[in-house]
Write a protein that binds this ligand. Structure first.
Ligand code: SAM
Ligand code: SF4
Length: 333
């Protein structure tokens, strides 16, 4: 256990880091980013060595779980080197190394991830219908994703499916997605769409509050609140009929900030204290300064002093500007 843990002003201990390794992606999910998304110049992105140093600095201050994310983490070429390097920290302060991926390249990396010590991954999948997928993600890549999920399972990785619930897109398919995932042995978590970054459409048009989805599923299945908690925002139920677990992440209909144990670092080394806020400190500048250790410690102290009590975003009317200019692909999910 760290002798100098990261604790914020609300006495929340930070034990979980989400580290984005790239802002780039091979899909263009309509709720996440526009087709003509402008990506960062490569020079602005942390090098592999810098990402590694950031992760080690957090482990030294008591972070026990790291989730690699993006953009799409598996489109970064040297990503697997980072996974291997961090895998060596497992059991040395780090309890879990995991990642969130869209799955398109998972078939190529599943064995390497498992060999590096990854045990569980999250795969984002919003539909099992190829036409809906191609329309939503603007790329016809559902077969690759399904192949990736199968490869992950074959490599012994535990896969959790994340699904953004979208009115008029996958709304009618949610029960069958849950049944499919549970049938394959994967838990599934539903997520409400969040107003982060400009996209082409209006998110309000597809915003689907999960309380209604839950009521519909309750009419079909027996849902029993589960004791399972990830220390994160999801609330879980056990589904008697499918034998699987179903999670609900409701940033809009149910604020979940009270027990927040996490921070996020973008691929450019910006440490965001809250997914729903603009507050950040610049770890890249700290790392590239004359006294990196001192500057990183100072940046951590500032971050802990500034982490907000809760986020405050809403989707309450059509045509409203996003609550934050930043896209989810900057900080990852
Ligand atoms: N590319 C990877 C993926 O899709 O899993 C990792 C990054 S992606 C930004 C992480 C998660 O955020 C995905 O599950 C995605 O569906 C979700 N996401 C993206 N934009 C979102 C938004 N505006 N509201 C809610 N979830 C969003
Ligand atoms: Fe890419 Fe993930 Fe955003 Fe989809 S949700 S565009 S896969 S970063």
């Amino acid at each position: 256990m760290s002798s100098n843990p990261l604790v914020d002003r609300f006495a929340r201990r930070i034990t979980y880091l989400r580290l984005s390794v790239t802002d780039r992606c091979d899909l263009r999910c309509a709720y996440c980013m526009p087709e003509r998304m402008e990506f960062l110049p490569r020079a602005e992105v942390l090098t592999l060595e810098e990402l590694h140093r950031v992760a080690l600095a957090f482990i030294d201050r008591g972070v026990r779980k790291i989730r690699l994310t993006g953009g799409e983490p598996l489109v970064r070429r040297d990503m697997i080197e980072l996974v291997r390097a961090l895998g060596r920290q497992l059991g040395q302060g780090l309890d879990e190394l995991t990642l969130t991926t869209n799955g398109t390249r998972l078939a190529d990396f599943a064995d390497d991830l498992a060999a590096a010590g990854v045990r569980r991954i999250n795969v984002s999948l919003d539909t099992l219908d190829r036409t809906t997928f191609a329309k939503l993600a603007h790329r016809d890549m559902l077969p690759q994703v399904l192949e990736g999920i199968a490869a992950a399972r074959a490599a012994g990785l535990q896969v959790k499916i994340n699904t953004v619930a979208l009115k008029g897109v996958n709304e009618a398919e949610i029960a069958s997605l849950v049944a499919w995932a549970h049938g394959q042995g994967h838990d599934l978590t539903l997520i409400e769409v969040m107003p982060l970054g400009e996209v082409e459409g209006d998110r309000f048009d597809h915003y689907l509050p999960l309380d209604g989805v839950r009521r519909e599923l309750e009419a079909r299945w027996t849902l029993t609140p589960s004791a399972a908690r990830s220390g994160g925002p999801a609330r879980y139920v056990d589904v008697a009929e499918t034998g699987g677990q179903l999670g609900f992440i409701t940033p809009l209909t149910g604020n979940f900030c009270e027990g927040c144990n996490r921070v996020r670092v973008t691929a450019t080394g910006q440490l965001f204290m809250c997914l729903g806020g603009e507050g950040r400190v610049d770890l890249r500048a700290a790392l590239r300064s004359a006294d990196p250790d001192g500057a990183v410690a100072e940046a951590f102290a500032r971050a802990m002093g500034e982490k907000p009590e809760k986020h405050s975003f809403v989707i309450d009317r059509p045509g409203a500007a996003p609550a934050l200019a930043r896209h989810m692909s900057m900080t990852g999910g």
